[in-house]
Design a protein around this ligand. Structure first.
Ligand SMILES: [Zn+2]
Length: 255
């Protein structure tokens, strides 16, 4: 059995917003912080990334505070970006996919429904969807597809030994979570199914949900499938940097 170490890599942040951004329709008067992450799964046999972060170009354009290139960050885990061979994309929002060009030899995995919406549906080019993916980052997605390195998945699939892509729609049309075998049991990187641990703990979404019915079902599925509640990880919670041992600057070991 393949068993993975899980790392969270914080490539930007902190950002602040009204608490209502992180807890839907509540906590308007509070301030909530969020970081931007991608993740690395390591076993003796292989290294797999979950999401690709943001490129230096877009980070400059958006003026992202605390930004470090995902390619540079990986050096802290002794991983070279050019050597990365597999990246699972949880969804095609800018903060999760724009850095794909940093991994020129990687194969990328995405749910077909997610690919078809963002790259195949004209609706995706209209507001408010342009908030999540602009033409520049869409071109990044197209270029990996045209180079034959974008693999579409239909539903649940074990993409590598001990790593399963699990549909978890709601935040986006074809959002997926990543289930990984670890020494503590089955962990789930839920990405933006939840922005904070609190979304899972309180069964309450962030403001960024496009299909609430699908989201509630996804939440139920992830909680059923994970081995323990503390092995279910959100997409943007600063606690991922604070509550876990730091193994290199900006990199914490989650499991
Ligand atoms: Zn996100």
């Amino acid at each position: 059995m393949s068993c993975y170490e899980l790392y969270a890599l914080k490539f930007a942040g902190p950002f602040s917003s009204s608490g209502a951004f992180m807890m839907w329709m509540k906590e308007w008067e509070t301030v909530a912080l969020r970081n931007y992450y991608f993740w690395c799964l390591k076993s003796p046999e292989r290294t797999v990334l979950v999401d690709a972060g943001v490129s230096p170009l877009l980070a400059r354009q958006r003026n992202l505070p605390g930004y470090l290139s995902p390619a540079d960050m990986l050096k802290g885990l002794e991983v070279r970006a050019e050597a990365v061979s597999q990246v699972i994309l949880t969804h095609l929002h800018w903060d999760h996919v724009d850095g794909a060009s940093l991994f020129p030899h990687a194969e990328f995995f995405v749910q077909r429904s997610e690919r078809d919406f963002w790259l195949g549906d004209d609706l995706a080019r209209r507001p408010p969807f342009t908030f999540f993916l602009n033409d520049q980052t869409r071109a990044v997605c197209r270029s990996i597809e045209e180079s034959g390195r974008l693999t579409m998945i239909d539903g649940e699939r074990e993409t590598m030994p001990g790593i399963t892509c699990l549909p978890a729609p709601g935040h986006s049309v074809g959002h997926q979570a990543v289930v990984a075998d670890t020494s503590r049991g089955r962990a789930i990187l839920g990405s933006d199914c939840a922005h904070l641990f609190r979304n899972y703990e309180e069964n309450w979404p962030s403001a960024l949900i496009i299909d609430m019915v699908a989201w509630v079902r996804s939440l139920k599925t992830l909680k059923q499938r994970v081995s323990a509640p503390d092995l279910l990880f959100p997409g943007h919670d600063p606690l991922m940097s604070e509550r876990y041992p730091e193994v290199a600057p900006g990199i914490t070991r989650l499991a």
